[in-house]
Design a protein around this ligand. Sequence first.
Ligand code: C2O
Ligand code: CU
Length: 457
Amino acid sequence: MLFTRRHILKTAAAATILPVAARAGYPPLKAHLSRQRVAPEGFPDTTVWSYGDTVPGTIIKVDQGARVQRKLVNDLPQPTSVHWHGIRIDNAMDGVPGLTQDAVAPGSSFDYDFVAPDAGTYWYHAHNQSMEQVARGLYGPLIVAEATAPDVDQDLVLMLDDWRLNPETAQITDDFDNGHDLSHAGRLGNILTVNGSFDPAFAVRRNERLRLRLVNASNARIFDLDLDGLAGWIVALDGMPLETPLRLSGSFPLAPAQRADLILDVITEDETASLVSVERDGSYGLARFEVGGTAAGARRQGVSALPPNPLPEIGNIQEAQTHQMRLQGGAMRWLESARLGETELSGRELAQLGKFWALNGYAERPEDPFLDAAVGSLHRIEFVNESAFAHAMHLHGHHFRLILDDGSLGPWRDTVLVGRGQARQIALIADNPGNWLLHCHMLGHAVSGMMSWFRVS
Ligand code: C2O
Ligand code: CU
């Protein structure tokens, strides 16, 4: 049962006692229940939790350097908060209950007000009971426009999701504490959507140039994306421009929370081009691009890099201290023991508490930070994945650079995919003061142990 009648009445009553939406101020970002068709044609509508009236929520678009101001109004049956994923934000606005703010109770509101320093593709999502709230639809796009935008014919935001719906009723299954999901790859669904619908169509013209802003909003699915009838480049990852655009050839991964900006030309001779998800058992269509007419006689030539963002200069990484973070536990590598606070518990005891994973021996966010960094200091973090599953490790408030196998610096990111048995290093300039989360963005892993934090002061 998602919502009882009593429950809805309670929420409505609370809303009249606290006239939050009526108070003057920022434009509201109302989190509430709504309905939309998520499943294919012929299925009933799905009850979702949304920002505004749709999933994805209201698009928030600002110019680089401008302020984002929104009043979160909570008309949900649970406390909530908003995290502005990938924004190098003022810590007080980061939206993490228990670390940067209190969760916003049903019937209450919270004013978010921050500067968006970097142009690019970002997103916002719930950060309280995220495993459930994001799965129910609490996410939306946050687009920060470059002063000079690239020359494209269409700029499209495509938010990818993976829903687990009851195949008869098309309602979200509410098994959010499913121990099998938590201890394995996380909550994987049974229907893939783009912008909240199944296999949507976009109108394009032959030889048209598109910017696609892909956002993986799913709880746990690592997409392996491929294009059919579209050719071009990756120009940005996790919002940050690549120094040199990367020509696409074959499929490319997009882990939970990651973004990729593509510049593509419609080169198909057919009526339809498509974006597909390559899965173990075949390719699944995510979105169609229906070709109507011709934009130009020939494909455009070349592409330029997007203008760089004001990121810090990374000095000599050889001189930086390396901090190891071991990713432990999960099915097949069950934890022998790990700590909750200062108490060491056995793997069995932890499992009974719904904890299956640990970061450096802690099965929940520890009291002390994983890293206590001076403002402006440079660090190497090595993620060592001792588990049998992949993890998408995300740092709040900062972007970092990957350190490639040859020791050189790779792209800027805010979320790095660490494959099973893999070790990956990043270079971080801790230049944003505050207390920042560091966690796995497979949301079921985060809630069942893969949560840590670092302090910059
Ligand atoms: Cu996308 Cu801790 O968040
Ligand atoms: Cu994980």
